[in-house]
Design a protein around this ligand. Sequence first.
Ligand code: NAI
Length: 437
Amino acid sequence: MSRELRFDGRVALVTGAGRGLGRSHARLLASRGAKVVVNDLGSSTSGGGRSSEAAAQVVDEIRADGGEAIVNTDSVEDGDRIVAAAMEAWGRLDIVINNAGILRDKAFHNLSVEDWDLVYRVHVLGAFRVTHAAWPILREQGYGRVIMTASSAGLYGNFGQANYAMAKLGLVGLSNTLALEGQRRGILCNVVAPFAKSQLTEGVIPEHVFDALDPEHVSPLVARLVHEGSEVTGGVFEVGGGYFSQLRWERSGGKAFRLGRPIRIEQIDRHWEDIARFDERSEHPANVIESMAPIVANIDAGPSRGGNDLIDVDTALAAELPELHSRYDERDLALYALGIGAAKDPTAPDALRYVYELHQDGMKAMPTYAVLPALNAVLSAAREGRSIPGLNYGFDRLLHGEQYTELTRPLPLSAELTQQIANTAHQDANELAKLFR
Ligand code: NAI
């Protein structure tokens, strides 16, 4: 059995601890030796009214069990006062559990600015004010444990809870950043998204499930996260009814389009599966650097110099390919002939005629030179950055598969040529054959 996890000497502040989850957290920590500020405004679920009763009762319960606790009835919107209460009583603060909450559930079209604002103020501004007041103390002492209480409504959305969902997911963003900023100062910050029976969930959750959702099933996870032995930070945990788990982001394998060319809506459409599907290529980015990694990789890959990415099949199939132009003269013929080994034996009859333009019997063109003008034309089109309409690659990516040359007369010693490339995609075999006659 693992050793008992205790909180002796630690001071904890739990907001909204007069009832429900906060009460359970406060009681558990106090039972393990923590001194606890039991904060609660004692408001109704929708934020109206004010009473010190709830918090006072929890403090009584803690004391009756032999623990140490004080009452605080400030609103979390006055977070500095709650923090000051901890400092006045015990001169330190180690654990901040942001738990206070209200609901103003309305379908979005019925939501008033007041409903929006009040929910924001209690959950987000309240957590900010409390944590912001505690932050310098935690930083200074190089130690702190902070909890934000989110909700599945924020993580997934929930009908009638636009305001609440916004606030709860806002707390996840806040926690993620505080986890980063606090790390070097020994401050850990995590989020719990609980399920528990309380005045907030009464009537919302089916009765048989509601009864089984004891807040005491959530508090052990919260306590584990705020224990001095914990190293977990930036986590989001779903917990309730005896179930405990951690949540993370999943990103699809995605699709990167090389830069340097416009990205068309049709490309997004064609690659929708790659963009949106979760499968074995999926990743779980855990920070901004991991988030940006594929973007940076795509930028580093530089602008597209080709690729087999069809961008518009119809355009490609229908394309009339451009005429290409090239020229050659005696010099090109001589270099080519030398390159393939002509005149290796200069005494051989005729050898020099392929490499010397002033040969007494006249220069001759090597017949196989006929393959080169077309290739040269394509390469010079590639150098000019010309591409095939509808395809996301240039002439530089063409594969020269094979070639057939039929000579009906000797090649001239110089020529200016026009090459017509046949788009075989839209020509039948007979038409093609005609082209080559
Ligand atoms: P609860 O209503 O039993 O406890 C919330 C407490 O916060 C109340 O005692 C209330 O007086 C207090 N409070 C409200 N406004 C305050 C303010 N301005 N300053 C100080 N205290 C204030 O509700 P429950 O269920 O225990 O909720 C605790 C937290 O857990 C809330 O943040 C809630 O949104 C969150 N939560 C609860 C879920 C559940 O299943 N019970 C589900 C998801 C999130």
